[in-house]
Write a protein that binds this ligand. Structure first.
Ligand code: ACO
Length: 340
């Protein structure tokens, strides 16, 4: 979708936070029947971070948000809206308000987006709509997930993949516009391929429930059909990127950076290959963090800014995919302008 903008959205600053505890493939191989060789060759992951029990997702999200605020030279009270993308919130009613309190952003309204690994991308696109209509001046978007608390640590097919982390970006209403266009998709018919579903206890669905027992149950562990998710990502993400670029009349040669959700090194390489984008333009930090779900894109974006990789005028193609199933692309042309 090519955007006709009333006001420009500029990515002013980013930030990120990961827990100190590192879980290497060797450590995992003492917990489940796996090996560093299997995990490295199938996924590219070498280690992931784990949030200790006494810390909450809000602690991580607040650290990432505060780093972005410092980098933007903004005070928390300058923020008008907080969008927290997470699927591991500590309150089903939403956790953005806890983040608002933690960073003392007293003027900000906050809400959550639950869309797993596509969550940050959807949050950034949602935020840009508020900016481009002139409704808000400064918006904080945080992607944070602690899926270590939702995986089954005896299931080797999933527990090796995920890590905990948070990343943040602040976008601002400025004259120049960084957000060129986007595409978002959902295929709910395939939701079963990746889910953390709620299951009623047997008595809740029996006739006794209909007579008088209140319903009860609990959330299952994360369940994923890895092969199907792999095929879904490798087939749909390149199409989404091509569609977005075609509408903007941008060639893949013009791309400075391809920043995909960090799910699996083989997915990153297969998508880049389908688009004929050379490996050196593909952002990858999956070896250190694994799949941090909604946090993966902003952590990688922040790393690019920290390392000075992103220069004025660079075109960054950001694509996310995951549970839902959802996927999408955002095309950014970053302007190195002063914030106002
Ligand atoms: N260690 C050793 N062996 C393993 C492990 C492990 N950790 N896990 C599975 N195996 C075994 C299987 O049991 C199977 O053995 P078998 O042949 O004897 O039956 C064999 O390895 C092959 O298993 P597959 O599942 O076919 O392995 P595959 O090559 O598909 O790799 C993987 C699995 C890495 C999960 C891959 O499918 C993948 O990356 N899928 C995409 C996942 C993804 O991108 N998820 C995004 C989620 S984002 C979100 O929204 C949360």
């Amino acid at each position: 979708m090519k955007l006709s903008t009333l006001a420009g959205s500029h990515i002013v600053a980013t930030g990120s936070a990961v827990p100190d505890i590192k879980i290497s493939n060797e450590i995992l191989s003492r917990i489940v029947d796996t090996s560093d060789t299997w995990i490295s060759t199938r996924t590219g992951i070498k280690e992931r971070r784990l949030l200790p029990k006494h810390k909450s997702i809000i602690d991580l999200a607040a650290d990432a948000a505060n780093e972005a605020l410092d980098n933007a030279l903004l005070s928390p009270s300058d923020i008008d809206l907080i969008i927290l993308a997470t699927s591991s919130q500590n309150d089903l009613f939403g956790s953005a308000s806890q983040l608002q309190a933690a960073i003392k952003a007293k003027n900000a309204m906050g809400f959550d987006i639950t869309a797993a690994c596509s969550g940050f991308l959807i949050g950034l696109i949602t935020a840009s709509q508020f900016i481009q209509t002139g409704s808000y001046k400064n918006i904080l978007i945080v992607g944070a997930d602690i899926l270590s608390r939702w995986v089954d640590w005896s299931d080797r097919s999933t527990c090796i993949l995920f890590g905990d982390g948070a990343g943040a970006a602040i976008i601002q209403n400025t004259q120049k516009n960084d957000i060129l266009g986007f595409h978002l998709n959902t295929n709910g018919a395939e939701a079963k391929q990746l889910s953390i579903s709620y299951q009623y206890s047997p008595e809740a669905t029996s006739s006794s429930y209909r007579q008088q027992s209140p319903p009860s149950g609990r959330y299952n562990y994360l369940r994923m059909n890895g092969k199907e998710v792999y095929k879904f990502a490798v087939s749909n993400v390149p199409k989404s990127i091509k569609k977005s670029l075609n509408e903007l009349q941008i060639s893949t040669d013009d791309i400075s950076w391809l920043l995909l959700h960090q799910a699996n090194q083989r997915i990153l390489e297969a998508v880049a290959d389908k688009l004929s984008i050379p490996t050196e333009k593909v952002v990858s930090n999956i070896a250190q963090y694994g799949n941090t779900s909604a946090a993966s894109i902003p952590i990688a974006l922040n790393e690019c800014f920290e390392k000075g990789k992103i220069c004025n005028g660079d075109i960054i193609v950001i694509a996310g995919f995951g549970a839902g199933l959802t996927w999408g692309t955002l095309v950014v042309q970053w302007n190195a302008i002063e914030s106002n």
